[in-house]
Design a binder for this molecule. Sequence first.
Ligand code: 0L1
Ligand code: MG
Length: 271
Amino acid sequence: TGENAVETVQSVWDAESVGTELLACEDEVRDRTPFSDEWPELATDTALAYAIQDQNLARRLARGETLIGIKLGVTSRAKQAMVGIDSPGVAWLTDAMVLPAGDPIPQDKLIHPRVEPEIVFVMKDRLEGPGVTAAQAMAAVGSVLGGVEIIDSRYRDFRFRIGDVIADNNSSGRFTTGPVSVPPDRINLAAEAVLVEVNGEIVDSATGAAIQDHPGEALALAVNVLAERGLALEPGWIVLTGGITTAWFAPPGTSVGVHFTTLGSIYAYSD
Ligand code: 0L1
Ligand code: MG
């Protein structure tokens, strides 16, 4: 009947098929339009989006990847303005996302990589929400490093709504951590400054205060969001606290330097 025909059109996508398509886009290095164009429910239903993200984590683990931490997304105003979304989210990091320092950005495996500076935590203790404060969160951190995240959206032109991007593991691609590791009580993270250099030109700068006034606030936010799904941060896990500045395109031939005042310099480049 006509009614059934409408029903068929509306149910083209479900959590399972969206997850499958996102991993296929990643593996085949191709982009697509956001699912929320065809499945409006996904635009704002973050519980549904996290279910898709978790299902794809299970698929990554089943194919041999190891869970090594989490990343926050959209924690700075610069990133919020870039993507038109104002609530931060969390996503998973696996060992397959590590780009060893000095290795080139793997352009053949990424769709349209962009780079952004990050403040990175390595957890010392297990940390579980809800109700965790920034001070409690920082007490569970073992060390702080600088980092560069190479994000890559599976959505054409990085156009997505909040549910699309959470389902897509918050545009995860690769990340590199820096050469300096300091205990959290030996660094003023709100004042820690970073310069972003693209092809020899300084294009951006910010301080750690751009991350929710202090990256510890972002860490607290992450564990409190994870607690809604009964999840916690484990000792040894890495936490990327979110792009401090906007993300800069890094097509073939780009050299990027991210220079922190205390946490050292990190380079990302490709031929
Ligand atoms: O594509 C994006 O920019 C969304 C992920 C945000 C990552 C971040 O803010 O660190
Ligand atoms: Mg990031």
